[in-house]
Design a protein around this ligand. Structure first.
Ligand code: GLN
Length: 494
């Protein structure tokens, strides 16, 4: 069932929230040994939350639009009393004493958190292979990556272990996993969803967002988690656009008259033929729906990847300094024979994986005196140029579109020893993180050469997240009609 339909069934009493939770916990028990989407399943907590929703309903209290619907939560979002590892050994055994704002809003809405999902360590990666707890499989083909860093979240919904999930997107970690698993993922406008209680990777880029198997469910989840939070100084104090109405409008009324720009730079060398083909067809669908389609050049997008790989490591080298063996999780060498500094060093040596160490070293170098202006400062200037490209584009069109990622899901192991090849997976997603605007990935078919999902990226100006849902829902409805079924028609047999 979709999350919207399940919530309706629970609200009407046709199903109970407890049944819904048990059905999903059973599915996790049956398939997650193969998929490995979850790092921690909170059976007791989920059943308790579900029973509370059922009790509320029995008492005649009004239920929210997603009350009783199960959800999978990326393991960098803190959950009071429930482990939060961020995919790292350094946080093994850490039990947060508080809930992130996202967690709190989900609980207040009656959403049932099933557990915590696997991810690249500290969200650094595009395949979930840098997780200290082993990789996650793509439900379409378990030998392939489910995307990253939020591969556990995307795999959990693609394998029907949960109808909803939360991811975080610093450079593409919601949209790229959505693209390669045939699901929908949204990176809201920076500041639209509170970062309070999210383990920080790159604070000026990190943004939590909704994941689901269809656009309307994603919109419903968006409206639960978004909105101003005084606990996050970068949270935007403005009304949340009505994304649910926009999704309904797109599905029912289409997008006639909307102006759509095709990003010229996101094509050509490095793009899989079947990805380009499905993307071109999706653009024709938009045209068929009455959109006015034009080509738009964003010349500085070519420099987004190098700018990102200076800014994100710089911020992470500072953010991850807090893992000092004193405050959280792992502590190595605390046997009386080492100084406090040595314990910190031994713990970081043992607790961080290679990719995290690589980023900390890169960032520390880029921020060191004498290099700061040449690297970090220069990258920030490029960031401004990218924002200006977006400003110019959005003066001419309502949304931009591109493939979400240059290729379909690649085999597990293929890029893990080649950081540059791994970084290329986020070529098309990173500009929106640098500029802070909103973007979505919605399925647009299967690549003919490998039968794997392809994602269409829709990009909107800051605080115009509703446009993503309108266009996304319209494309989804048109494509679903042409295929005769949703892309993920039913639970895959695993
Ligand atoms: N793949 C990118 C990186 O490794 C983006 C990760 C993310 O969005 N968290 O940094």
């Amino acid at each position: 069932m979709t999350a919207a339909a399940l919530a309706g069934a629970i609200a009407s009493g046709e199903a109970s929230a407890e049944e819904a939770a048990r059905a999903h916990l059973d599915r996790i028990g049956a398939v997650d040994e193969k998929v490995h989407a979850f790092l921690h399943v909170d059976t007791e907590g989920a059943l308790r939350a579900a029973r509370a929703v059922d009790a509320k309903r029995a008492a005649g209290e009004k239920l929210g639009p997603l009350a009783g619907v199960p959800l999978a939560l990326k393991d960098l979002i803190t959950t009071e009393g429930v482990p939060t590892t961020c995919g790292s050994k350094i946080l093994e055994g850490w039990i947060p004493p508080y809930d992130a704002t996202v967690t709190k809003r989900l609980k207040d809405a009656g959403v049932v958190v099933l557990g915590k999902t696997n991810m690249d360590e500290f969200a650094m990666g595009s395949s979930t292979e840098t997780s200290a707890y082993g990789p996650t499989g793509n439900p379409w083909d378990l030998t392939r990556i489910p995307g990253g860093s939020g591969g556990g979240s995307s795999a959990s919904i693609a394998s029907y272990q949960a109808p909803l999930a939360i991811g975080t997107d610093t450079g593409g970690s919601i949209r790229q996993p959505a693209s390669v698993t045939g699901t929908v993922g949204v990176k809201p406008t920076y500041g639209a969803v509170s970062r309070y209680g999210l383990v920080a990777f790159s604070s000026s880029l990190d943004q939590a967002g909704p994941c689901a198997r269809n656009v309307l469910d994603t919109a419903l989840l968006h409206s639960v988690i978004a909105g101003h939070d005084p606990m996050d100084s970068t949270s935007i104090d403005a009304p949340v656009p009505d994304v649910v109405a926009a999704a309904r409008q797109g599905r029912e009324q289409g997008i006639a008259g909307m102006r759509v720009g095709v990003v010229k730079e996101f094509a050509g060398e490095g793009y899989q033929a079947g990805v380009e083909q499905r993307f071109r067809e999706a653009v024709e669908v938009l045209r068929g729906l009455g959109a006015e389609v034009v080509e738009i050049s964003c010349p500085h997008f070519t420099y987004a990847l190098p700018a990102y790989y200076l800014i994100a490591p710089s911020e992470c080298s500072s953010n991850l300094a807090r893992f000092d063996a004193m405050r959280y999780g792992l502590r190595v060498g605390d046997d009386g024979s080492h100084s406090a500094e040595e314990v910190t060093a031994l713990t970081r040596e043992a607790g961080f994986g290679d990719e995290v160490k690589r980023r900390i070293m890169l960032g520390t170098y880029a921020l060191s005196s004498g290099y700061y202006d040449a690297y970090y400062g220069q990258a920030q200037k490029v960031r401004t140029l990218i924002t200006r490209d977006f400003d110019a584009a959005f003066a001419a069109v309502d949304v931009l579109v591109s493939p979400t990622t240059p290729t379909t899901a690649f085999p597990i192991g293929e890029r893990v020893d080649d950081p540059m090849a791994m970084y290329l997976a986020d070529l098309c997603t990173i500009p929106s993180n640098l500029a802070g605007n909103a973007a979505m990935s919605v399925p647009c078919g299967l690549a003919p050469e490998d039968g794997l999902p392809v994602g269409l990226q829709i990009i909107a100006p800051p605080m115009a997240d509703d446009r993503l849902y309108r266009v996304g829902a319209a494309v989804e409805a048109a494509l679903t009609d042409s295929w005769g079924h949703p892309i993920l028609e039913e639970a895959p047999s695993l």
